[in-house]
Design a protein around this ligand. Structure first.
Ligand SMILES: *Cc1c(COP(=O)(O)O)cnc(C)c1O
Length: 236
């Protein structure tokens, strides 16, 4: 039997929107300042299609080939915006440049240079976020905050890659309220870093907050929240 994604997703989406609005209200922010990126990794195209019909326009994927196949299957949906939220290795860059509105997890100079190469061939400017590792966990993706300044200087030499903000993932153990210090630190880092003008760097966006903590992230200034489980359910 095929799943009735629409009736499954409709009440969940309503609950997410209510949580978003409540968090905006608490923070004195306008709901229009926060974009819900529906993270659809490992979920079928029909689930994405149902969320689209319910009004979602921004979708996040994590894996290069999976993204390529789903983008192909859903190319008939006008105005759908793809985000690539997964860690980006050089060999994955070819799947995403020019096909996504934003790459959320760029964290090295070789990757930025590969994006430049691909984007310039397409005559395209690719917008990206730099992922910052604020937890100090060695296995985590993202650059240490101390290396952010020098990584941002790279963009002066990559006219086809523009950095528009920062992204972070708190440690998996920091659920809900426990994630707040990481969100505060990312916001402070963005405010501090954007005082220095740099070519091709305009730090507007904070991509932070997932199913367990997106309300907290909104209170701390998130402009993009990346929500998977609360919308699509647990991933097998
Ligand atoms: C999977 C994933 C998410 C969504 O996580 P949920 O807890 O399911 O909301 C968000 N961001 C990134 C980078 C992810 O890989």
């Amino acid at each position: 039997m095929t799943k009735d994604w629409t009736s499954l997703l409709a009440p969940r989406l309503e609950a997410i929107r209510a949580r978003m609005e409540a968090a905006c209200r608490r923070a004195g922010r306008s709901p229009g300042e926060v974009t819900l990126v529906a993270v659809s990794k490992r979920k079928p195209p029909e689930a994405i299609r149902a969320a689209y019909e319910l009004g979602c326009r921004d979708f996040g994927e994590n894996y290069g080939q999976e993204f390529r196949d789903k983008a192909r299957a859903l190319q008939d949906l006008p105005g759908l915006r793809w985000h690539f939220v997964g860690p980006l290795q050089r060999n994955k860059v070819k799947y995403v440049v020019g096909k996504t509105v934003l790459l959320h997890a760029v964290d090295s100079e070789p990757v930025i240079r590969e994006i430049q190469k691909r984007a310039s061939r397409l005559g395209h400017v690719q917008e990206v976020l730099v992922e910052v590792n604020l937890s100090g966990e060695a296995t985590k993706a993202g650059i240490p905050p101390g290396e952010l300044d020098s990584l941002l200087d790279t963009f002066a030499e990559t006219p086809n890659v523009r950095c528009v903000g920062l992204m972070t993932m708190p440690p998996a153990s920091a659920l809900g309220e426990a994630a707040r210090p990481y969100f505060v630190r990312l916001r402070e880092l963005l405010e501090r870093t954007r005082k220095k003008p740099r070519r091709n760097v305009e730090l507007h966006h904070l991509s932070m907050g997932m199913t367990s903590d997106f309300d907290v992230a909104i209170e701390e200034g998130a402009t993009l929240i990346r929500v998977g489980t609360a919308l699509f359910g647990p991933r097998d």
